[in-house]
Design a binder for this molecule. Structure first.
Ligand code: ATP
Ligand code: MG
Length: 411
């Protein structure tokens, strides 16, 4: 069965908008073994929508559409799909009553415009919405295509999908289990090189790699007659992958790098301080995203200027003068200064050139030094990260947290 996703909304075509619905649906459909073969976003334009709907029939067996089911005049999904299928829209009294009830529960009378949300293509099945007004609609389309219309707000879309759609799409007698493995410190190509031969010719579990923000996610989905079978299938591939990746594998349960670091610090009963230059506090921010981080995180120094490195961390001014702020000796002095001044067991320090300006031939943009330190001394690594300012900062933070994790594993 081939599935396609159409997300509707002109706002989704403006810069900076993330199509969460498509992402969520790809994940949810993947977890029940339904591959998505086509995905598109259409603006709030009735003619375009009718045309897109007609193309979808026959191209895919299952078409999931999100957005544009609201009460306002720019919401035209319902009308467009009814037109494309040649179906009349009829008022569904029970949907209308449910919408009225929702309003009156909050002490409002239903505005007249909301009647539109009770209009249902003739023969469509209504999928009740546990968290909003607009219900979903399941329609048998032309050429054996199943068409499912869902509201735009992601929380509503997901709750209708999980309640009404997912259980019916999963084949009877088949169970799916998904596992995400997270890898740090290796580029995608290196992960592929280490584990490609293990999964390439295996179709159950199905395996996919996804690289982003300095980590690689390996997603495995196994199917079986029951949970035990599916889990056994999964484990049969996960265990050789685990062996091949060794310490590069940092999470098997969805834990983030900062959570893993936090857990290791807690287990070791150690405290941490951080001195950040080019990341401007990003590492400290990530660590403090974890609840309970006050147990191990003592402080973060954002020492962006040379003066602050001298004043707050005690880095010798002459050292910055002679070696430059982005250098092995300065990052070493930063990590030592942070640890001593904060009085922590461990410290982490980063300094680098995030760009776009400030690079030179011997110190190009993306050059970063990262140091970890404890009572036994400091370790410094030098990196050359690719990409623009945001990417260099992200990679620096990710790599620094990973180096800290590796150091804690040696404790
Ligand atoms: P409403 O009744 O809220 O108007 P609707 O079904 O008409 O619902 P839209 O108007 O298309 O849906 O979208 C409503 C809101 O839902 C949008 O403002 C946006 O915040 C969110 N939304 C819609 N589609 C998406 C999407 N694909 N990804 C993420 N958010 C979305
Ligand atoms: Mg709307």
């Amino acid at each position: 069965m081939k599935a396609e996703i159409l997300t509707v909304g002109s706002e989704l075509l403006s810069p900076g908008r993330i199509d969460r619905n498509a992402e969520l649906l790809i994940e949810k459909l993947g977890s029940i073994g339904l591959p998505v073969v086509f995905r598109a976003t259409v603006g709030d334009d009735r003619e375009l929508l009718v045309e897109t709907a007609k193309q979808a029939f026959g191209r895919s067996d299952l078409v999931i559409v999100t957005g544009g089911l609201g009460p306002t005049s720019d919401d035209v999904t319902r009308e467009s799909f009814a037109e494309a299928m040649g179906l009349e829209l009829v008022l569904d009294e029970s949907v209308l009553a449910a919408i009225r009830r929702r309003f009156s529960k909050r002490g409002y009378t239903m505005p007249d415009v909301n009647r539109r949300q009770a209009m249902v293509p003739l023969g469509a099945e209504v999928l009740t919405n546990p968290v909003g007004t607009a219900p979903g609609l399941w329609i048998k389309g032309p050429r054996h295509t199943e068409v499912i219309l869902l509201p735009g707000p992601p929380a509503e879309m997901v709750s209708i999908f999980e309640k009404h759609v997912q259980p019916r799409l999963s084949s009877p007698g088949e169970v799916f289990r998904t596992q995400r493995l997270l890898v740090a410190g290796l580029p995608e190509s290196a992960v592929e090189e280490k584990i490609g031969a293990l999964y390439r010719d295996v179709d159950n579990p199905h395996t996919g790699l996804l690289a982003s923000g300095g980590q690689v996610e390996i997603r495995l989905t196994a199917r079986g007659g029951d949970t035990i079978q599916a889990e056994a299938k999964l484990e049969r591939l996960v265990s050789p992958i685990r062996r091949a990746l060794g310490q590069h594998l940092f999470s098997e349960s969805g834990e983030t790098l900062e959570q893993v670091v936090g857990r290791l610090l807690t287990a070791a009963g150690k405290t941490l301080s951080i001195a950040e230059s080019c990341t401007g506090g990003l590492i400290t921010h990530r660590l403090t995203e974890v609840a309970g981080s006050s147990r191990y995180l003592e402080r973060g120094f954002v020492t962006y200027s040379n003066e602050s490195k001298v004043a707050l961390l005690g880095v010798p001014g002459e050292l910055i003068e002679s070696e430059g702020a982005v250098s092995e000796s300065v990052v070493r002095a930063m990590v030592r200064g942070a640890r001593e001044r904060a009085g922590t067991d461990l410290a982490l320090a980063v300094t680098g050139i995030a760009g776009p300006s400030g690079g030179r031939a011997e110190k190009p943009v993306g050059l970063v030094f990262i140091a970890t330190g404890d009572a036994r001394g400091e370790d410094v690594s030098r990196f050359q990260f690719p990409g623009g300012r945001a990417r260099v900062k992200q990679w620096t933070a990710q790599t620094a947290l990973n180096l800290l994790r590796l150091r804690l594993l040696l404790e």
